[in-house]
Design a protein around this ligand. Structure first.
Ligand SMILES: *Cc1c(COP(=O)(O)O)cnc(C)c1O
Length: 218
């Protein structure tokens, strides 16, 4: 870890401290380093320091960056997915965090069948019910998760949310945890640069941290 840039080492240490303070094992919280829109010079030292889990918000950008370098890495798609990119997303990503509608679930399921490759799936929940944000609204989450399982044969492993920027995140994290618990889902992807320690306190199993690791995006 000695060659890690300070910011990366600091985020890793803060996650561990937040976990310990919450009586949790730091090993139960995965750092997804969000490398979207970052220059390679910012990403390379973090990779060299041992980080192996990265998040990208666009299929094409992720493939341009990581294709041919993805060996041993775990790549998460954390941005909205159009159905017409589902084929590439299934082929390329290890985790797709943004499943939020039946059409997308259906196309993903078809690609999983066709390719024989099953990325791990998260359902994105729009906990703040914001018009501009992707995600299923909380009132429809249970039915959508049930449809993923029964209709499409997908087995989501968890839930993902992006709380409203102008509200305390805690209640949104608590809501996501509640929806996950009542649906038998173990994984919670929540928390970004500004609130990942809060997310760990509320039970996040992965945090998606970009700017605090790599610097402000251009
Ligand atoms: C960009 C992004 C992040 C990382 O945001 P930072 O504030 O830079 O940590 C996390 N999650 C999603 C879904 C994002 O699009």
């Amino acid at each position: 870890m000695s060659i890690a840039p300070d910011a990366y080492a600091d985020v890793v240490a803060r996650i561990a401290r937040a976990a310990q303070a919450a009586g949790r094992d730091p090993a139960d919280v995965t750092l997804v380093a969000v490398s979207k829109q970052q220059p390679w010079e910012a990403v390379e030292p973090v990779l060299a320091a041992g980080q192996r889990v990265f998040g990208e918000n666009r299929v094409q950008d992720a493939m341009a960056r990581w294709d041919g370098r993805a060996d041993g890495l775990t790549l998460h798609l954390i941005g909205p997915l159009q159905s017409n990119k589902a084929k590439e997303a299934v082929a390329f990503f290890d985790v797709i965090e943004t499943v939020d509608r039946e059409k997308l679930a259906r196309v993903l399921a078809e690609e999983v069948q066709r390719q024989g490759r099953s990325p791990r799936i998260y359902v994105q929940v729009n906990t703040g019910e914001e018009a501009q944000k992707a995600g299923v609204i909380p009132a429809e989450a249970d039915a959508f998760i049930a449809a993923c399982r029964a209709t499409f044969g997908l087995q989501p492993e968890g839930l993902m949310c992006i709380p409203p920027a102008d509200e305390p995140a805690g209640p949104h994290f608590a809501l996501l945890r509640k929806i996950a618990a009542r649906n038998g889902l173990a994984k919670l992807s929540m928390g970004m640069s500004g609130d990942f320690e809060t997310a760990v306190r509320f039970g996040a199993t992965s945090v998606r941290v970009g700017s605090a690791v790599f610097g402000v995006r251009s």
